[in-house]
Design a protein around this ligand. Structure first.
Ligand code: SF4
Ligand code: SF4
Length: 397
């Protein structure tokens, strides 16, 4: 009973902090512009299956892409085991989903294998970042904070996998030692527990309990760390792909108010007439974070900072200041800076700074060729925010 009470308190704290974070993000979304209606749900679902679940864009770099895809699929499988842990924690049961029989066996076996696969993949990712200095992970926008964040998030995932494997070893070892029935199949940790023959049932039980708590508390902590990390893409990338643009990448939409202005200017009967009262064109373009449409902000929160966009950007490759990854990170940072102040003081609030010029310079914007190579390469299918920026922003900034 004590275990259940402690678990319930931990779960409520986790959900409380997470809800607070999400409500803050929603209030920032409310500051952005509408537009980009979400239609063609069936088509979107298919894109999501192919790009997000099938990880097809990631395989453009086949070797490291395979490891990333394995981590993603591993997360999906391990999620089922985590749901069972929450049920166990609340109800005081052990392996509550065992009644699913073969399905439960399959989930446990996949989780056990993926636990090892993900741990190995994360070690490869960490060593690439720490020892190999991959060019894609460098750039003016990649400050020390970004590197620390990546290392912390990867280390947390590694610890999650280690605690999962230890938990399974403890479970299988304890059940073997006491002769009790084992719920599920454990191909990897079954072998490892066998190597520890001679260990007492009590020791296995301690390993199980300690790693069970470590694993679930790490999950709770990780869930609340993610929204403040580049690894927020763990939550955001799948919906972002679902919401991605279905039209051709280079297609730009005409701005109605400007079209009307031009038409009036071209018409001899109205070209020199004073504009009727109340017909001042509304603010258009992107000057600051609140001027982007909600989907652009969604993109920036989903950005993994992988640098695939920058690595194919012809402007960046030929030595220009522009880095599309920086544009995404700038939008996110600017909203983090101005969003809370606008929420507290109203939409009209100004801190006399702006996304354009204080974060993104004109030199960066005008270096863009609008080739869309960045958007084509991006694994989370962002729509090139700042092509819009350049087209729409400068006239009003
Ligand atoms: S659209 Fe602009 S930012 Fe994107 S790859 Fe082309 S030049 Fe670079
Ligand atoms: S915009 Fe896309 S490609 Fe560029 S860093 Fe972010 S996730 Fe990677």
């Amino acid at each position: 009973m004590l275990k259940q009470i402690i678990f319930l308190i931990s779960l409520l704290i986790t959900l409380g902090v997470f809800t607070w974070t999400v409500s803050r993000l929603i209030s920032y979304f409310r500051l952005t512009r509408k537009g980009f209606p979400v239609k063609s749900l069936g088509k979107r679902f298919m894109v999501m299956l192919r790009v997000a679940i099938g990880q097809t864009k990631i395989f453009r770099r086949p070797v490291i892409g395979l490891f990333h895809a394995l981590v993603f699929w591993g997360f999906c499988v391990i999620l089922f085991g985590s749901i069972e842990m929450v049920i166990d924690g609340l109800s005081g049961s052990e392996k509550a989903l065992r009644f699913l029989g073969p399905v439960h066996n399959f989930i446990m076996a996949s989780g056990d294998i993926f636990g090892l696969v993900v741990a190995v993949s994360i070690l490869i990712f960490l060593s690439r970042r720490l020892f190999f200095h991959i060019a894609r992970f460098e750039g003016i926008e990649m400050k020390k904070r970004s590197h620390i964040d990546a290392a912390v998030a990867l280390s947390l995932i590694f610890l999650l996998m280690v605690s999962l494997l230890l938990m399974n070893i403890g479970y299988v070892g304890y059940r073997n030692a006491t002769g009790e029935e084992i719920a599920g199949i454990y191909p990897v940790t079954g072998i490892l527990a066998g190597l520890l023959k001679g260990t007492s049932a009590t020791t296995f039980r301690i390993i199980y309990e300690a790693s069970w708590w470590s694993h679930i508390l790490l999950i709770f902590f990780f869930a609340n760390y993610l929204p403040y990390s580049k690894h927020f893409h763990v939550f955001m990338s799948v919906p972002n792909v679902f919401l991605s643009r279905l039209e051709p990448l280079g297609k730009l939409k005409t701005m109605e108010s400007i079209t009307n202005e031009v038409k009036l200017m071209m018409d001899p009967s109205t070209a020199f007439a004073a504009a009727p009262e109340g017909t001042t064109p509304e603010r258009f373009g992107v000057k600051d974070a609140e001027d982007v449409i909600w989907k652009n902000y969604f993109d920036s929160l989903s950005c993994t900072e992988c640098g695939r966009c920058t690595s194919v950007c012809p402007a960046n490759i030929t030595g220009k200041k522009l880095s599309p990854r920086k544009i995404m990170m700038d939008l996110r940072a600017r909203m983090r800076e101005k969003g809370p102040l606008m929420v507290a003081n109203g939409r009209a609030y100004t801190d006399n700074k702006s996304l354009l010029r204080d974060y993104i310079t004109e030199e960066e914007l005008w270096a863009c060729t609008t080739c869309n190579a960045c958007a084509k390469e991006c694994p989370i299918k962002y729509q090139s925010t700042f092509c819009y920026c350049r087209h729409e922003a400068l006239p009003c900034s």
